[in-house]
Ligand binder design. Sequence first.
Ligand SMILES: Nc1nc2c(ncn2[C@@H]2O[C@H](COP(=O)(O)OP(=O)(O)O)[C@@H](O)[C@H]2O)c(=O)[nH]1
Ligand SMILES: [Mg+2]
Length: 696
Amino acid sequence: MAKVEIEKIRNVALVGHGDAGKTALAEDLLFRAGALKRRGRVEEGNAAADFDDEEIKRGFSVSTALLAADYKGYRINLLDIPGSADFIYELIAGVRVADVAVVVVSAVAGVEVGTERAWREAEENRVARAVVVNKMDRERADFDGALRKLREAFGGVNFVVMSYPVGAEAAFKGYVDVTGGGAVLWEGGLAGESTDGEVPAELADTLDSLTKASVEAAAEQEDALMEKYFEAGELSADEIGRGLSRGIAAGKVVPVFCADAYDGVGGRAVLEAVLKYFPSPADVPARIGVEPGGTKELERPAAATAPMSGFVFKTVNDPFAGKLSYVRVYSGKLKADDQVLDVNAGTKFKVPSLVEINGKNQKAVTELAAGELGAFVKAEPLKTGDTVAAPGDPVQYPELVVPEPVMPYAISPRSKGDEDKLTSSLAKLTDEDPTFHVERNVETKEFVASGMGEQHLQVMFSKLESRFGVAVETKLPRVAYRETIRKGARAQGRYKKQTGGRGQFGDVWLELEPLEHGAGFEFVNKIYGGAIPSKFVPSVEKGVVEAMAGGVLAGYPVVDLRVTLRDGSFHTVDSSDMAFKIAGSLGFKKAFGDASPTVLEPIVEVTVRVPADYMGGVTGDLSGKRGRVMGMEPAGIFQEVKALVPQAEIFRFSSDLRSMTGGKGSFTVRFSHYEQAPPDVVKKVIEAAQKAKEGS
Ligand SMILES: Nc1nc2c(ncn2[C@@H]2O[C@H](COP(=O)(O)OP(=O)(O)O)[C@@H](O)[C@H]2O)c(=O)[nH]1
Ligand SMILES: [Mg+2]
């Protein structure tokens, strides 16, 4: 592919709810632009954007694909971004590096939760937006309805219809071209073959008013255009183009298209608009970053002459090609063999080699210039979200802000001996995906992998096996319960052993008192008059601390109490550190048993967002999970519920919420506090601990 100047680059992200038809639209656009010889199908596993093994296996997109087409002297880069909340980081990272986000909406479903998510992400990143209302051929397809919902949901912008459907559902025949004035009708078969035709008489009025709306939208973008429009009552095609381009680049005008991507209808209008109206990297505001490590703002214009800067938006540890770090170059030129600074890691490295990417294909290039997308090959320091810059004049772009993972699994390698391989492979996956976390829980001694949902984690575990050759066992994580007491108690701990020669002797009286939740542990020494020599007191405390760590009721750490060493006795020959440690431990366990011991469970704060219709179901489900609803408030077109729920009940909430709301809900979880568990839970926890003990 030949290099093109920056004005002829288009970086377009396809975003929106899962199943809206983004991958199908990408296929159609690539085919039309001549980048594909034939159209593939998502469901047949041969769509250009869904080439990943995980995608072919599952039949939908799970990672962002970068596709490229050279068309009429332009370079079009398409980022096909998965719609599911499971892969939200792909949206956050992908939108960041695009100049236009094309929000694909189903004409049947209208605005869905994934539409909202994509829209907000683009809006927050000040990325221009366009909309394709797809699936016009499906039953109950309703273009006007979808448009109305878009207008209701997203204010502050002017939705300008560029292509309006002729017919709908089985009778969907094509569209009228609002700025071009004609109709493009489809005559059956995959519509590379669509033909120009007459505007149906019944749509003449609609076309008139849509045309007027588009001209007005263009006029509003510039005073000179407005004046001319007032005086002459019309604008030339060039002037309309100029006005609309400006409005789109500024995010004020959102062009709307209709399509049936499956049959290849509507893509032509989108493709023409990409060239004619969508901004190039040079048309969007210069990127703003900060001085690395500082706060001083630095601007980087999209010019090849500016200092080099770029952003790593995706990482793939490819078993064959090695590590690929997808990058958008914002300014300057990134060249193979140059020294580059990984700003986040603070390390300089020599660029090993660079490639252009088109789906699964890569082509070596010697440089990537401002506005271009491509990838580093085998640049080990880089991870997703890093800024790269010229070492002599660096800038740092904002880091990706991604949500905390909400679904945990305890994992272990299926074959013993794979522990090290598992750890190193997991490290690679966490470098790729900032929403995939792995940690060793020191309390439960488990490896816990957390992600954004069941699908996300299944994809990760599957990658572990297919890419790194480590199969894992997965199960629900253990809950990090704790133990405590509810009233005071005293007990003696006496350890005496006589086995010929020197014996062992330690004797203490301990008093336990409950402290408030979160207070931790206090040890008080009240020995007076040498009942125990002071050198043995730390040993008593050590014995207590060890007993607390190991738990008494069910093996969970004991917290929130004061232990007072009241009294004791010793033996001049037989007493030792060891003997007093054991006495301390024995005394503690005895007193603990008399102090109304119980189990504390971790409580998390859950914030759920759902369309208002689902509120009843969600609050009911949370109550069923022993949750307490703390409040509800409207949040845009959604309702937000906050509840405190025992952690033990929430591990699979991600899946429950999906099936309850058809994917329309989302939630976050944050640790809140520990709380007394109800008697039946205490009983279960103790029984489970006993069983585990007997089993081991
Ligand atoms: N009838 C019809 N089916 C479509 C259309 N667009 C996509 N599909 C189908 O809908 C499903 C989801 O499409 P896909 O492109 O994978 O959606 P994505 O999740 O947004 O990428 C696939 O089975 C497509 O073949 C359309 O306009 N009409
Ligand atoms: Mg897809």
